[in-house]
Design a protein around this ligand. Structure first.
Ligand code: CP
Length: 319
């Protein structure tokens, strides 16, 4: 699929995949490609963001996204401040907006933000001059995850167009599924969502994905199989009878993976729940690229920080 090439990102923020053009997505992936090599240097640092300050404002738990951003920021020589809700004045009743206004009084250049409410980064982006990067908002979007997923797919298959990508699990509560669907359909991939009816959102066909309520037919000929965990923290009652039954019908086992293309790769944004959505033999098996996704996430986040700071071309050791 030909995409119009662009030199930079149009917006000051990265709040989602939905507002990005195919050209902007390609620019982020191409920029990350040039940045991967920094992780292999003896001194893993370039001065690109020297003198800039990044606040990591995480109001929900995170392991991968939070550390990946912090590593990316440090590799670009930014000064980083880490905000933990449990040790902040949010516990004394301070609102998100007041928290952000107070942080802005210290003049950060970027705020990387994870929040349980869908749309929270979009609201903040309109109110404050720092660049806001969405690190996951409620059930809405997780744009940097989708970008690192696409980057991982592109590195394996040298293309996104025409790839058959299965995304299976708790689609209804998954911001990763939404961001991936927006990105992959924009780039010409075929997206197949798989979930029990109770975990499939209504109307997703409108964003160009196919839906299945059984894993087996969706897996046929798939190039990529991305499994998602059940987001128990976002549902009052479990939307299926038992974990055992869920695994029996929707768990990715070696036998089920054999239905996908012989070259298929297995992905998962993490955290994985072994024996629920994925068998350990698959998660740790030769087709799994789960830890490659984590490695690639650092380069993608470096690329986004670099481009939002106004960078063009690849950063060098002198830039
Ligand atoms: N993939 C992901 O968002 O993981 P964390 O919740 O650990 O950041």
């Amino acid at each position: 699929m030909p995409t119009d090439s662009v030199q930079g990102l149009a917006a000051k923020d990265l709040v989602g995949i939905a507002p990005l053009s195919a050209g902007e997505i390609q620019l982020i992936l191409d920029t990350a490609e040039g940045l991967l090599e920094i992780a292999r240097r003896p001194i893993k640092k370039v001065p690109t963001l020297r003198g800039m300050t990044v606040v990591n404002l995480f109001m929900e738990p995170s392991t991968r996204t939070r550390f990946s951003f912090e590593v990316a920021e440090k590799r670009l020589s930014a000064d980083t401040l880490n905000f933990s809700v449990g040790t902040s004045s949010v516990t004394k009743g301070e609102t998100l907006i007041d928290t952000a206004r107070n942080l802005m009084a210290m003049a950060p250049d970027f705020i990387v933000m994870r929040h349980p409410n869908s749309g929270a980064p979009h609201r903040l982006a309109k109110m404050i001059p720092a660049a806001i990067i969405n690190a996951g908002d409620g059930i809405n979007e997780h744009p940097t995850q989708a970008l690192l997923d696409a980057f991982t797919m592109r590195r394996h298959f040298q293309r996104l167009e025409g790839l058959k990508v299965v995304i299976a699990g708790d689609i209804r509560h998954s911001r990763v599924a939404r961001s991936n669907a927006f990105l992959l359909t924009k780039m010409g991939a075929e997206v197949r969502f798989v979930a029990p009816t109770s975990l499939m959102p209504v109307g997703v066909e409108e964003i160009g994905v196919q839906t299945f309520n059984r894993l087996e037919p969706a897996l046929e000929g798939a190039d990529v199989v991305m499994m998602l965990r059940i987001q128990r923290e976002r549902q009052g009652n479990m939307n299926f009878p038992s974990v055992r039954e869920y695994f029996d019908f929707f768990g990715l086992t070696p036998q089920r993976l054999a239905l996908a293309a012989p070259h298929a790769v297995v992905m998962h944004p993490g955290p994985i729940n072994r024996g629920v959505e994925i068998d350990s033999a698959v998660a740790d098996g030769p087709r799994s690229v789960i830890l490659e996704q984590v490695t690639n996430g650092v380069a993608i986040r470096m690329a986004i920080l670099y481009l939002l700071a106004g960078g063009h071309g690849e950063p060098t050791s002198d830039s």
